[in-house]
Write a protein that binds this ligand. Structure first.
Ligand code: NI
Length: 177
């Protein structure tokens, strides 16, 4: 298993539409294992292949505190969503240190393929529901900050730009060439 490097917002590669996985083979199983390891190490409650620059439809989630609830969803599809919505404070491993409120359907039913290539369904509410919706968005090239106001998005992008400039200032002169 290996830790995989994460893409960070506003990297344009996060905008890539991920392609369906036709066959669940050892390569897919290895990717899923590496993604789970990367998610736990971060630590996070979900990770989409998009975030590790692999543009295939695969997500891993585990919203339990003792890491006992790993779910791997291949080609996940929301087949039912409640009209009732809920607002949660969301964060993202691709947007470190930033959290904001997003409104989404409260309950969902998701159909996906598992690591054995079998179709299964998950009914989710609460954090698991939010998490699955957030990760499926990644596969569609969406990041949770897209739901925020223009003003908030601009402020966040300015903040990230300044952080990058500060980091560059601190880098040794030699490394800057
Ligand atoms: Ni995310």
């Amino acid at each position: 298993m290996a830790l995989l490097p994460l893409l960070h917002y506003p990297d344009r590669r996060l905008r890539t539409l991920a392609q369906p996985i036709a066959h669940v083979d050892d390569e897919v199983r290895r990717l899923a294992a590496d993604m789970a390891e990367t998610m736990y190490e971060a630590p996070g409650v979900g990770l989409a292949a998009t975030q590790v620059n692999v543009h295939r439809r695969l997500i891993v989630v585990d919203v339990t505190e003792d890491r006992s609830g790993l779910i791997t969803l291949i080609n996940p599809e929301i087949v039912e969503a409640s009209e009732e919505t809920k607002v949660w404070d969301e964060g993202c491993l691709s947007v470190p240190g930033f959290y904001d409120a997003v409104e989404r359907p409260d309950r969902i039913r998701v159909r996906a393929t598992n690591l054995q290539g079998e179709t299964f369904e998950v009914e989710a509410d609460g954090l698991l529901s939010v998490c699955i919706q957030h990760e499926i968005d990644h596969l569609d090239g969406k990041v949770f900050v897209d739901y925020l106001s223009r003003l908030k998005q601009t402020r966040l992008q300015d903040k990230i730009k300044k952080q990058k400039e500060r980091a560059a200032d601190k880098a040794p002169v030699l490394a800057r060439g």
